[in-house]
Design a protein around this ligand. Structure first.
Ligand SMILES: [Zn+2]
Ligand SMILES: [Zn+2]
Length: 133
């Protein structure tokens, strides 16, 4: 069981299951959504995620172009989870966790579009876009 929350504490959640493969995403969209150089995400089973409080504060931004739904706290702006309706692929924002995941992200993705000012740490495998399946 893992627990997490947003910055203001309104939104809390539990993950009743494993935290899957994690990755650091350096794409332009994740930079905008996080306000930082990259996003740290990990795949989860969408059925394992339960919003335990603040569900009414959650907002959803759906980008037609990418088919990705980003859910964040409407009060403090913290990104919480992303979901791709077409595939069911769901990723939790690791920075929102209050419990320690079993391992950190294992790769960098979308490094081809990383910020010009980023000094990329290449100790983990780096993929230009999505890694091969
Ligand atoms: Zn919040
Ligand atoms: Zn990204």
């Amino acid at each position: 069981m893992h627990r997490g929350s947003c910055l203001c504490g309104a939104v809390t959640y539990e993950i009743d299951g494993e935290i899957g493969a994690g990755y650091y995403c350096h794409c332009r969209r994740c930079r905008k959504a996080s306000g930082s150089v990259m996003a740290a995400n990990a795949l989860i089973d969408p059925a394992s995620l339960r919003i335990t409080s603040g569900g009414e504060a959650l907002r959803t931004y759906f980008a037609e172009a990418t088919g990705l739904e980003r859910r964040f706290c409407g009060l403090c702006g913290s990104p919480i989870v992303s979901h791709r309706p077409a595939t069911g692929r769901t990723a939790i924002r690791l920075g929102s966790l209050d419990t320690a995941p079993p391992h950190g992200p294992g790769a960098h993705i979308f490094v081809a579009s990383k910020a010009s000012w980023e000094d990329l740490d290449e100790r983990l495998p780096c993929h230009a876009e999505f890694p091969p399946l």
